[in-house]
Ligand binder design. Structure first.
Ligand code: COA
Length: 342
């Protein structure tokens, strides 16, 4: 008897056209292509025009249209929108509402989630559960970020600014009937999700203002002080990322009775090439099995995994029937992994 499961039926991505090379950053801050390449593996990132022409939901809508087209459904067939971002169009309402307006599908639920670099994995788990519960046939999930407008582009902010890029990646999560729901099944479906957080590290990667932990929501005297920009304890974040990402990937495999060798491709969150390499080293897999997009896009936060999936398909590295693991780590701290049969 077939079982109701969900699968990714469509995939899309969008990055703004402005490519910012490492050399270009040196006009604003004291840094170098050599430092950035050696410490992070990033060669370039895409940034949105620094004006009002592009918003986070504006990038998202292009990625979503591609995903809908690939899925072969119309926007009106979508039952729910989930929008993962740390760089919303506005403090409120949520970016999912802006996106819903742009897609022209009023009435359906529109949910924003705030799990930063782990946002896509959290979002995938929610989409999967709604579909598996029979509540929606199709859920549209997008991770979209315009980080560039929030970053401190002076030397003071160089530790963070060189890392981040803008972009969007979207998936349509659709109902599917699966005959063999075992972990070794070759049918395409989402196997499981494993989510974590540890709020005791909330201050180690944060963007405080605007927020109610300030005296007032958005104190004018903070601008242009440090708290008006994202801040990061980079070394601590690195140490936790290289521990948590392999750990949660193994948790996902163990929960399904699978081994590292069963995974055909890891499409993880992209923060730093050294994190990708350490991940491969910890699990004892060849670096070719850990798909990289960091050199081209930098860290696009909630968008890195769907962009990675889209790029992996384009590169011919992700094919039907493959077992894919997606691990992520980010601000919160939050971390998680999804396992899926493509
Ligand atoms: N260009 C040039 N020099 C820079 C620089 C930049 N962009 N950023 C920092 N530096 C300097 C520092 O000021 C420091 O100088 P000092 O020794 O004179 O004090 C020196 O480089 C070394 O800094 P350090 O922070 O020790 O470097 P690192 O090897 O830890 O690399 C990160 C820094 C940020 C690349 C690294 O810690 C990292 O990737 N952390 C994880 C970040 C992350 O993944 N964030 C998102 C999570 S989802």
């Amino acid at each position: 008897m077939p079982h109701l499961r969900s699968r990714i039926s469509g995939l899309g991505m969008c990055v703004p056209p402005w490519v910012v090379s490492n050399d270009e950053l040196t006009q604003w801050m004291d840094t170098s292509d050599e430092w950035i390449t050696q410490r992070t593996g990033i060669r370039q990132r895409h940034w949105a025009a620094q004006d009002t022409s592009t918003s986070t939901s504006g990038l998202a809508v292009d990625a979503c249209r591609d995903a809908l087209a690939q899925s072969g459904i119309a926007a009106t067939d979508v039952g729910m929108i989930i929008f993962a971002t740390l760089s919303p169009d506005a403090v409120f309402p949520g970016s999912a509402c802006f996106l819903q307006g742009k897609l022209g599908v009023p009435g359906i639920p529109a949910l924003d989630i705030r799990q930063q670099c782990t946002g896509f994995v959290y979002g995938l788990s929610i989409a999967d559960l709604y579909v598996r519960a029979g509540l929606h046939e199709h859920v549209l999930l997008v991770g979209s970020e315009i980080q560039s407008k929030a970053l401190d582009k002076s030397t003071r902010g160089r530790d963070m600014t060189v890392l981040f890029g803008d972009g969007a990646g979207a998936v349509v999560v659709s109902a599917t009937q699966v005959e063999d729901v075992s972990a070794r099944s070759k049918e395409s479906f989402l196997l499981s999700h494993h989510l974590h957080a540890d709020g005791s590290f909330a201050e180690d990667l944060l963007f405080r203002s605007p927020g109610t932990s300030n005296r007032i929501w958005n104190p004018p005297e903070l601008v242009p002080e440090r708290e008006a920009y994202p801040q990061m304890n980079g070394r601590l974040v690195f140490q936790h990322a290289v521990k948590r990402m392999p750990e949660v990937a193994l948790e996902a495999l163990e929960a399904n009775g699978l081994a590292v060798d069963d995974v055909d491709l890891f499409v993880n969150h992209q923060a730093n090439k050294r994190i990708n390499d350490k991940f491969a080293e910890s699990l004892g897999v060849s670096p070719e099995k850990v798909f990289d997009t960091i050199d081209l896009y930098g860290n696009t936060t909630a968008a890195t995994i769907p962009i990675g999936l889209a790029e992996a398909v384009k590169a011919g590295k992700l094919k039907p029937g493959m077992l894919v693991a997606c691990a992520a780590f980010g601000s919160g701290f939050t971390w998680g992994a999804s396992l899926l049969r493509w």
